[in-house]
Write a protein that binds this ligand. Structure first.
Ligand SMILES: NC(=O)C1=CN([C@@H]2O[C@H](COP(=O)(O)OP(=O)(O)OC[C@H]3O[C@@H](n4cnc5c(N)ncnc54)[C@H](OP(=O)(O)O)[C@@H]3O)[C@@H](O)[C@H]2O)C=CC1
Ligand SMILES: O=C(CO)COP(=O)(O)O
Length: 347
């Protein structure tokens, strides 16, 4: 059993809050802080421990904080878990990073990649390290979590295998020691770019695969397995090309962080609901209205990565034809074409 520590989770969404389960099971003091948008979650959890979006009872003994008490919640913490989605990364950079103390390492659940006008794509741990106030540079380590892990299953303590990545091996090992349980299995890796690319891209491709559910599933979801499988394989092929282009290792693609996470997201994620609606012929505007309030990170990730690829394509550094499924997904979510798949282009 690891030594008891204080773990502050910033962002009381589904995944940030689910991280309280292994943390509390290991006996740590857990402080859960809502973002400015999470007040309703914090007030309900304070009342009876129930998390309204996770739809689970949280473990006992958690201290709940609203954003007004962020500094108090972070003071003296041994580990900060970043629980915001990619939409909250700028807020996290602006409000949370300046409050860090030297040695207070950060572990993020956020899935995504930052794009730049010249086509560069960077993982969030690298971006956050760069955004640290000058006095803290080199004194805080940033790690991130990848791998198939739906929040509601982690909260129910189902067997889950994840990867923790970071350039500071000691910080990654410490985070693993604090959070590993008999059901939460953690593999450390130094391959930040490879893991973060898998983590982000499985959301984009899960959207493409789940369009097949809407296109062929109808009332009977068993009907779409052949097209789903073809798109699953095509996803692995395209993400291998992308990771190779970025100069990272492709080892994690045919492995738990990409193939495994793609699987769980197609079967159990929010992205599936969007992909299915698009496959059924709904426009993006209609689908977004039907899923109002649901975090749809797959859309943001697809748009960011396709913007980067277009910039690289214009500079002659990549061939867009190497990413036909991703380009198709982008066309569909921008209402440029219906979900019907371009099978000839995929070949
Ligand atoms: N849910 C899951 O199964 C898994 C999720 N993840 C990843 O974890 C991250 C969080 O996802 P999840 O917890 O499910 O999402 P939620 O929408 O439940 O929570 C996201 C968190 O980010 C906050 N946030 C969103 N936008 C902003 C903003 N503009 N400014 C400040 N804060 C903001 C949210 O506030 P608010 O709630 O008010 O929007 C909330 O605290 C994502 O990157 C996701 O991909 C990883 C593995 C599994
Ligand atoms: O990331 C996830 C599982 O690893 C959940 O994905 P969704 O955002 O589609 O729910």
């Amino acid at each position: 059993m690891p030594q008891k520590k204080i773990i502050t989770i910033v962002g009381a969404g589904m995944m940030g809050s689910a991280m309280a389960t292994p943390a509390r099971d290991n006996g740590h003091a857990v402080r859960l802080v809502g973002t400015p948008l999470d007040d309703h979650i914090i007030s309900r959890a304070r009342y009876d421990g129930y998390h309204p979006t996770l739809k689970e009872q949280l473990p006992g003994g958690i201290e709940f904080y609203t954003v007004a008490d962020l500094a108090t919640a972070m003071a003296g913490a041994d580990l900060i878990i970043g629980g915001v989605s990619s939409f909250g990364v700028d807020w996290f950079s602006e409000k949370v990073l300046p409050l860090l103390q030297p040695g207070q390492n950060v572990l993020s659940v956020t899935k995504g990649l930052q794009d730049y006008p010249d086509g560069r794509l960077r993982p969030f741990p690298e971006l956050l390290a760069e955004r640290l106030p000058a006095a803290l540079r080199g004194r805080i380590s940033f790690s991130a979590i990848g791998g198939p892990c739906t929040s509601y299953e982690l909260a129910r303590r189902r067997q889950t295998m994840v990867y923790f990545c970071g350039t500071d091996a000691a910080a990654v090992a410490t985070a693993r020691d604090l959070l590993a349980t008999a059901y939460y299995h953690i593999t450390p890796t130094a391959d930040v770019l490879g893991l973060e690319c898998c983590v982000a891209m499985k959301n984009a491709y899960a959207l493409g695969v789940s369009m097949a559910i809407g296109l062929w599933g109808g009332a009977d979801e068993r009907q779409g397995f052949n097209p789903q499988a073809a798109l699953f394989g095509q996803s692995c092929r395209e993400v291998t090309r992308l990771i190779r282009h970025l100069g990272a290792d492709t080892d994690l693609v045919a492995n738990i962080p990409f193939a495994g996470d793609l699987y769980v997201t197609i079967f159990g994620g929010r992205t599936r609901r969007l992909g299915t609606l698009l496959g059924q012929g709904k426009s993006m505007v209609e689908a977004e209205a039907m899923l109002s309030g649901v975090t749809l990170e797959s859309v943001a990730i697809t748009r960011r990565v396709v913007a980067a690829l277009r910039a690289l394509g214009a500079a002659g550094k990549v061939q867009l034809a190497d990413y036909p499924l991703l380009m198709h997904i982008d066309d569909v979510i921008n209402d440029r074409r219906p979900a019907a798949l371009p099978w000839d282009a995929l070949r």
